[in-house]
Write a protein that binds this ligand. Structure first.
Ligand code: HEC
Ligand code: HEC
Length: 633
């Protein structure tokens, strides 16, 4: 057995990972080769889904392959699906799905669904992935850009995929993979679970505080649930010690056998709109608190008592500032926390699960997925940053004292690795690093996935909305809404000061800067409009009358680098002039302007007339064309 973080484990294996078993050819175009014949010498593989399969997508899927327990792992960095023999702790094979796999899901017949994040596609693989029976593509299914979450209905008849950047939830027939419905939802949908009766799906969002309730049986669409401890709870809030807060970091959902949907996320207090000394918090309020609201799957409503937070009343809250994956089992609710690199077990049946922490395990850096193997009394955790698959002992059912240590950890061989970027990624997600912040926050707290939290924070210069970083810094100097940092490094100094950190220097500073510049950009183009409409929108954008290009550049991504007074000064702003922002990815970064005053592009185009460009002369159809163009940037 390999000892924890023994990187040489895999390399030392006598035969190494048999890469030859997986064709590395780039994925062929969709539509062709719907089936590839299995090699004739191979007997049909015996792939069995586990009896207790959660029917929820994850970067780890467990199954039995020819009598052995295997873990399929979605390795986003290496763009591979890896097949690991769990007992032997060795990689059996790997498969290149033609992009970064974000989630995996086992079908009842042993086929594996892969959500290929950057290919806008689901792949259905068969073959199991043993040396004699490689994984091969069975079916390709195109879905809106950036599929990240998957779930299957309890009767295995319906497959649901969430598309993060594409803001969509696609409902498919799980046998034919034909589309039954597509729902447009709020920003950055991530995790999805289906109710026990199969009537509705719940969808979490990495950004924003809503939880969607998607009808699966033709019922009328329901309003999304709000997870925040917001305005409507103010009175009760004061009585109960609950604070007005907004929810974010909703990457994970789990469902218990008794029908409770658990939604681990973080509640933030971005501050009053007045000038503040830092970013949010203040008035004795923690800027961020981990929270697990409980949703009754039948009533499709948040249980009111689960909204209560004990912060500031008795004892400090649990810190899981970057929850990323969750699963519920007999022992309780397991949540993986980036930054503190832990797996925390909460009491899933408690009124407030976040208040009842039962156990905590330390795992290698970057735990982004967890799968339970209750039959064997263990859980498997995938740490994307460390490239390690860790087995932790969770005990027999009813065993209240699981062993609080990792049993073993297998570090996988990497092909592409830049130690500086790896270090930078760890720093970007580092919670409780006093050099970065005084209150434990990480860069990723406000820039999840290198993007933005859609929040407006109070700051020393006035209200400031978080910008997207990934893929949006090149050519966009100077930085900050006022443009007062000529380069990213100087901006970092300002950020760390606002966060109350002591400051980074030397190699760590360089590593963080390098990572911030190299982060994987969102997939871009979210326009649903036809090409002609987009072309008309471009012509309007570049026209003299509208005047957009004079500041934002001919293509929207190379702003003039100058500050302008576009009459957008808010009461608390210390300056009237703002730096022309890059419009890259603007279609996916609502709300708009430094203080988030415009909820969507259409409102911005209509209401900003005469202040920056001109739009009054445009007909509603022309406005729609201009909006469609902006959505392609
Ligand atoms: C509390 C939320 C928060 C945290 C934590 C945070 N940021 Fe930001 N970030 C913001 C906001 C708000 C702005 C806009 C600041 C302004 O205009 O004054 C911003 C702006 C930036 C910019 C400039 C982008 C541009 O286009 O102008 C960079 C780069 C950046 N942040 C990197 C980081 C890094 C690196 C960290 C971790 C050390 C970090 N941020 C932590 C909220 C945050
Ligand atoms: C005089 C220079 C100037 C012109 C002309 C101009 N803009 Fe802007 N634009 C700005 C500035 C400055 C901001 C930031 C204002 C703020 O945040 O308070 C901005 C912000 C925006 C934003 C919001 C970006 C975000 O991430 O929040 C969009 C979208 C936008 N402009 C589109 C346009 C369009 C479309 C036109 C033409 C109709 C246009 N702009 C014309 C300077 C200009």
């Amino acid at each position: 057995m390999c000892a924890a973080s023994l990187a040489s484990c895999m390399r030392g294996a006598p035969d190494g990972p048999p890469r030859s078993a997986s064709p590395d050819a780039p994925a062929p175009a969709p539509g062709d080769a719907a089936s590839v014949p299995l090699p004739s010498r191979a007997p049909p593989p015996d792939v069995r889904r586990l009896a207790a399969d959660p029917r929820q997508g994850s970067a780890i899927a467990l199954a039995d392959l020819d009598g052995r327990r295997v873990a399929y792992v979605a390795d986003e960095d290496e763009s591979r699906v890896r097949v690991i023999d769990v007992e032997a702790e060795r990689e059996l094979s790997s498969f290149a799905p033609g992009g970064a796999p974000a989630a995996l899901l086992m079908l009842p017949d042993g086929r594996l669904v892969v959500a290929v994040r950057d290919a806008g596609r689901l792949l259905v693989l068969r073959g199991g992935g043993s040396a004699s029976s490689p994984l091969v593509v069975d079916t390709r299914v195109d879905v809106p850009v950036e599929p990240v979450g998957l779930a299957l209905s309890p009767d295995d008849g319906t497959l649901i995929a969430t598309s993060g950047w594409g803001r969509a939830v696609t409902v498919l027939d799980a046998h034919t993979f034909t589309r039954k419905a597509e729902h447009v939802v709020g920003r950055e949908p991530r995790s999805v679970v289906v109710s026990t009766d199969g009537k509705r799906a719940f969808v979490s969002h990495a950004v924003g505080q809503s939880l969607d309730v998607i009808p699966l049986d033709g019922e009328k669409a329901k309003k999304p649930l709000s997870l925040g401890g917001g305005e409507e709870l103010m009175d009760r809030a004061i009585m109960a010690g609950v604070q007005p807060r907004v929810a974010c970091q909703g990457f994970a959902l789990a469902k218990t056998a008794s029908g409770r949907v658990l939604a681990p996320h973080v509640l933030v207090f971005p501050g009053e709109p007045e000038v503040s000394s830092g970013y949010g918090g203040g008035e004795g309020r923690e800027p961020e608190v981990f929270h697990v609201p409980v949703i009754d799957e039948d009533a499709a409503s948040v249980l009111a008592e689960s909204r209560t937070l004990r912060v500031g009343l008795d004892g400090s809250p649990t810190r899981c500032a970057l929850p990323r994956a969750a699963v519920a089992g007999r022992a309780g609710l397991f949540v993986t926390c980036l930054g503190e690199d832990s797996v925390v077990l909460f009491d899933a049946d408690a009124i407030n699960p976040h208040d009842v922490e039962l156990k905590k395990w330390s795992v290698p850096a970057g735990p982004t997925a967890i799968a339970l193997d209750e039959e064997q009394g263990r859980a498997l955790v995938w740490s994307q940053f460390a490239h390690a698959l860790t087995t932790i002992a969770i005990g027999e059912s009813g065993d209240a004292a699981p062993k609080p240590f990792a049993l073993s950890s297998l570090t996988l061989v990497r092909e592409r690795e830049d130690p500086r970027l790896e270090r930078g990624r760890v720093l970007f997600h580092a919670t409780n690093d006093a050099r970065i912040s005084g209150d434990g926050r990480a860069c990723a707290s406000c820039h999840p996935d290198g993007r933005d939290d859609a929040l407006v924070w109070s700051s020393p210069k006035g209200p400031r909305q978080t910008p997207i970083l990934a893929g949006r810094l090149e050519g966009a100097a100077p930085f900050g809404w006022n443009g007062d940092a000529p380069d990213v490094a100087l901006h970092l100094v300002q950020t760390v000061k606002r966060l109350g950190g002591t400051g980074l220097d030397g190699d760590d500073k360089e590593a963080l800067m390098a990572y911030v510049r190299a982060m994987r950009a969102p997939p871009g183009n979210v326009a649903r409009a036809p090409a002609e409409a987009i072309a008309r929108g471009l012509a309007i954008y570049q026209s003299e009358e509208a005047g957009c290009a004079s500041c934002h550049g001919a293509g929207g991504d190379l702003p003039d680098g100058a500050q302008h007074d576009v009459r957008s000064r808010a009461a608390a702003d210390t300056q009237a002039k703002f730096d022309t922002p890059s419009l890259r990815f603007v279609g996916g970064s609502a709300p708009y302007f430094h203080d988030g005053r415009y909820p969507d592009l259409r409102t911005l185009l209509v209401k900003s007339d005469g202040k920056m460009g001109r739009t009054k002369h445009l007909s509603p159809a022309e406005l729609a064309d201009l909006e469609a163009y902006l959505e392609t940037l």
